[in-house]
Structures are given as structure tokens and as C-alpha cells.
Design a protein around this ligand. Structure first.
Ligand code: SF4
Length: 238
């Protein structure tokens, strides 16, 4: 596992987390907006929402149609606007405000349990809040990370990202979760793509356990650095 982390750092660099992290609720909403779209488009949606409705009170009080229009560029606007409103309503009811700062005193497992009780918030979204807002050493698993972990044989018998998340908990070297997560996403976008992985350019080819490795020709076109390198959750203002 440490070998994979080191090779990816040599290949893609060592990502460094900003010293100033955004508030948990900002991160939660950003992660909801990131579902099923590119980071570039979800960043546009997040920026439009915060520019036109700068407080979470304003978002909660705005008609759902307004929220929908502002986030449309990020896709699935109907579902995401409803989800954001529902999360804000629930927080107001439970905590009396639109803040999640009480999470800072809780353990990682408690935070995941608290957040996943919110409608439409899964383990991946909760673990992104843990890393990108609270600076915890937790390894979120999205579809890219899930695919790469399974192809490399780091986990086996894990049919879903949630199962891979649980299995990887014990495997990620201490202090490496942020770097490994970030680099696995970049690696999944750039090299180990879903349908046509570029195995001929793979820095961990010798470690890969995927039976189909090297049999599918990856496209020679390489996505621009901004497409594979830009991480929405590293670009939410503190
Ligand atoms: S050898 Fe191919 S399938 Fe295996 S990790 Fe590398 S790019 Fe992915």
C-alpha cells in the first residue's frame, strides 16, 4: 500500500492541503453539488450559489426554483436543490442554526453517523467533509478510487465504494489519506480510466492485479492538466 502511495506521489506529485479549511456546511453542500458531474462544473455551480445567495439562511429562504437555476450548470439541479434545502431545513430544526461546527468535537465515526442521517448524504460525502473541512486523516472512496483500489487488488470482494471505504480504513498508511485520495482521483482520471485505461503509461503496472490490464488501448489524448488536476473540494474558500 505504501508502495502505491509513493509511486503515485512520484508520478503526480505530493498534494498539499491548505492550512485554512472551509466550514463543514460549506464542504457538505459543495460535495452534494459534486455528485455525478465534473469538478469544474460543480465548482461553477457552487460559486454561482454563493455569489447570489451568500449565506445559508439566504439559500434556505430562497425558492427552490431559484436554487435550481443557480446550480443548473452542475447537472441534476432538481435533485440537488431539493437535497440542499432538505439538509438546511434539518439542520435548522436539529441545531437551531445553519452550522455544523459542533462536529469538530466528535470522532470520525460519530461524524459519519451524524452526517449520513441527513437525507441524501452518504459515506463518501461525509468522509469528504472529514478530510477537506476538518482535516482528519480519512480516505474517501468515490468511483475513481473504488475502481483503482479494486484493479490494483488493494481490496477484493468489495462491490461498492462503501465496502471499499471500510476495507481501506486499515490499509492506508497513517498521514497519507489526503495525498493518496487526491492522487488516486487524478490517476483514475488521467491513466486508470473506467473503459480504456492507459496501462502502457501506468506507474504501478507491475503491482496491478486486474486480469484485463494491458489489454485495452487507452486513448493517446491526455486530458488537460486543469481537467484532471482540479479538485473541487480543494477550492472551496475558507
Ligand atoms: S495497469 Fe492498467 S488497470 Fe492496472 S492500475 Fe495501471 S492503468 Fe489501471
Amino acid at each position: 500500500m505504501a508502495l502505491v502511495a509513493n509511486r503515485l506521489e512520484r508520478f503526480l506529485g505530493t498534494p498539499r492541503q491548505s492550512g485554512r479549511l472551509p466550514a463543514p456546511l460549506d464542504m457538505l453542500v459543495a460535495t452534494i453539488l459534486s455528485q455525478n458531474t465534473s469538478d469544474v462544473n460543480s465548482h461553477r455551480a457552487y460559486t454561482a450559489l454563493r455569489t447570489h445567495l451568500p449565506s445559508w439562511e439566504a439559500v434556505a429562504e430562497a425558492p427552490e426554483s431559484r436554487v435550481r437555476a443557480l446550480i443548473r450548470v452542475g447537472g441534476m439541479a432538481n435533485q440537488k436543490a431539493a437535497r440542499i434545502h432538505e439538509v438546511l431545513r434539518t439542520l435548522k430544526k436539529q441545531y437551531g442554526s445553519y452550522r455544523l461546527n459542533a462536529l469538530r468535537r466528535k470522532s470520525n465515526d460519530e461524524i459519519i453517523e451524524t452526517l449520513t442521517r441527513l437525507d441524501g448524504v452518504g459515506v463518501k460525502t461525509a468522509s469528504c467533509v472529514l478530510v477537506f473541512s476538518l482535516g482528519r486523516d480519512v480516505f474517501p472512496v468515490d468511483t475513481h478510487v473504488h475502481r483503482v483500489c479494486n484493479r490494483l487488488g488493494l481490496v477484493s470482494g468489495c462491490p461498492t465504494p462503501e465496502k471499499t471505504f471500510v476495507a481501506m480504513k486499515e490499509l492506508v498508511p497513517s498521514g497519507k489519506a489526503y495525498s493518496l485520495h487526491t492522487n488516486m482521483i487524478r490517476f483514475g482520471r488521467l491513466i486508470c480510466k473506467a473503459s480504456r485505461p492507459a496501462c502502457d503509461r501506468c506507474p504501478v503496472f507491475d503491482l496491478c492485479r486486474w486480469p484485463e490490464r494491458g489489454t485495452r488501448r487507452g486513448r493517446r489524448t491526455v486530458p488537460t492538466k486543469s481537467r484532471y488536476d482540479f479538485m473541487l473540494l480543494d477550492n472551496i474558500p475558507a
